[in-house]
Design a protein around this ligand. Structure first.
Ligand code: ARG
Length: 250
């Protein structure tokens, strides 16, 4: 009898211990295929600016994180439904999104509110939005670029075709199924760096609440404040600038 009780106690403690480790591990959503923010390296691991930054923040806060690489389109909904609590994916903290989820302070300014880029095959004569008439223009599903295209396609008379990843759209541009991809500057730079048959031109976007990237949280999450103060620490001690130089100053 004693043995049984001891055994049960042991089981109970083991169980509690495993619950505790689980509690200290939080799942962080990201969406790879967005170089240099997040991509998969040759060993199949997540790498990039957001990955380094989140790992540094987690170290600072002594939290264990578990990465989950998902489709960008599902991220906001997952946070909203409480399936996940944190996401870092080059996310623009727009007013619309703020109705459903919370954001940290901005950690990097990408200027997507002012300028976005049209990426297309070099043999196309495209200089501005006015040259898009009759063309098929793509963007990643669920992004501010997708929203932007939906809001201007009638005025400029183009067809909007959205896909889960920018990589997929680049492939379809090469295969002549899509004419143009719309992305922010650093993404277009990195796409051009590995596709010399493509070129890009910037255009004014007039979306003043779209600039900058922030970490996203489910609404009311206690992590918002913790991450903001960790972010401030990394700003003060130079780590944030180091990471920006590492990933963006090529
Ligand atoms: N900044 C844009 C947005 O928030 C695009 C982000 C796409 N991110 C990604 N990891 N694929 O809508």
């Amino acid at each position: 009898m004693k043995k049984i009780i001891l055994g049960l106690l042991l089981l109970l403690t083991l169980n509690l211990a495993s619950c505790e480790t689980k509690q200290n591990t939080i799942t962080v959503l990201t969406s790879s295929g967005y170089e240099p923010y997040e991509m998969i390296d040759t060993d199949g691991n997540l790498t990039g600016f957001d990955i380094d930054l989140m790992n540094a923040l987690a170290d600072e806060l002594a939290i264990e994180i578990e990465w989950k690489d998902v489709a960008f389109e599902g991220i906001i909904a997952s946070l909203q439904s409480g399936q996940a609590e944190i996401a870092i994916a080059g996310i623009s903290p727009t007013e619309d999104r703020k109705e459903n989820i919370d954001f940290s302070e901005i950690y990097y300014n990408s200027d997507v509110g002012l300028t976005n880029f049209l990426v297309f095959k070099s043999d196309q004569a495209i200089e501005s939005l006015n040259d898009l008439s009759g063309l098929v223009v793509g963007a990643q599903l669920g992004t501010v670029q997708a929203t932007l295209l939906e809001s201007i396609h009638e005025e400029y008379n183009f067809i909007v075709d959205l896909r889960n990843t920018n990589t997929q759209i680049v492939e379809e541009i090469k295969a002549d199924r899509i004419d143009v991809l719309v992305v922010e500057k650093v993404i277009s730079d990195s796409i051009l760096a590995s596709n010399n048959e493509l070129k890009a031109v910037g255009f004014e976007s007039h979306l003043d609440d779209y600039s900058g990237n922030a970490i996203a949280f489910s609404k009311g999450s206690p992590y918002v404040e913790q991450f903001n103060s960790a972010l401030q620490t990394l700003r003060d001690n130079g780590t944030l600038d180091e990471l920006i130089n590492k990933w963006f100053n090529t």
